[in-house]
Design a protein around this ligand. Structure first.
Ligand code: SF4
Length: 212
């Protein structure tokens, strides 16, 4: 956490988030790490709802990296077309599938280093996989987490890597994952980008509302 004047106290923030969003979770439907990995590829510039409509038939037709890597580019493009940028996404899914088979026997690896070595997988996606599928300490910083962290005074940065470092210093690793998912929900529902709903926010009394 930065030493910025008036940063919302960690104890209050964590208690509020636990009360307000006890069931916070990843909104992309998945049955295993591979499905979540593919869903995160499809979620770029697309809503979670749209992705959740596309993935069940996709995985019925090609259940796993082996069938997906053998599917044609055209077949996958047709299946993911409604998520936008479908050519790039189809290519990325086929490539990821092939690399997983080649390097990891078709399984999704469990370390940040191995995950971020996969084509197109950045820190945020890797953190989502680590936290949601493997129960490991992980702090995915998406646009919502970054925005709220800044406003409550926990970071002075807009850079996701720096924000992650600031948050990691402020919270014990065992709470990273639930904190990030809950803060992301708060950012979607109350501390929204354009007009944050401060009057109805449970953090209003302690939040410095930086930049608001
Ligand atoms: S909605 Fe307002 S009070 Fe609540 S966290 Fe965001 S900036 Fe702070």
């Amino acid at each position: 956490m930065t030493s910025g004047k008036g940063a919302a106290p960690a104890k209050e923030v964590l208690a509020f988030l636990a009360r307000a969003y006890p069931g916070a979770r990843v909104l992309l439907d998945h049955r295993n790490p591979f499905e979540l990995l593919v869903a995160t590829v499809l979620a770029a510039q697309c809503t979670d709802e749209r992705v959740n409509a596309v993935t069940p038939p996709l995985f019925r037709a090609w259940p796993g990296p082996s069938p997906l890597s053998n599917a044609s580019q055209e077949e996958i493009e047709a299946a993911v077309r409604s998520t936008g940028f479908y050519r790039n996404k189809a290519r990325a899914i086929r490539e990821l599938s092939a690399v997983l088979l080649e390097r990891h026997d078709g399984r999704v690896p469990r370390t940040m280093e191995e995950l971020t070595a996969l084509p197109g997988v950045g820190r945020k996606t890797a953190s989502i996989l680590l936290g949601a599928c493997f129960g490991l300490p992980a702090l995915p910083v998406d646009t919502h987490v970054g925005r709220v962290s800044f406003r409550i005074g926990w970071t002075a940065s807009k850079d996701p890597v720096r924000i992650e470092e600031d948050l990691a210093r402020a919270i014990p690793p065992g709470k990273w994952w639930e904190f990030a998912t809950r803060l992301g929900w708060h950012g979607r529902q109350v501390c929204v980008a354009r007009k944050p709903r401060c009057p109805e926010c449970g953090l209003a009394a302690v939040c410095p509302k930086r930049g608001v």
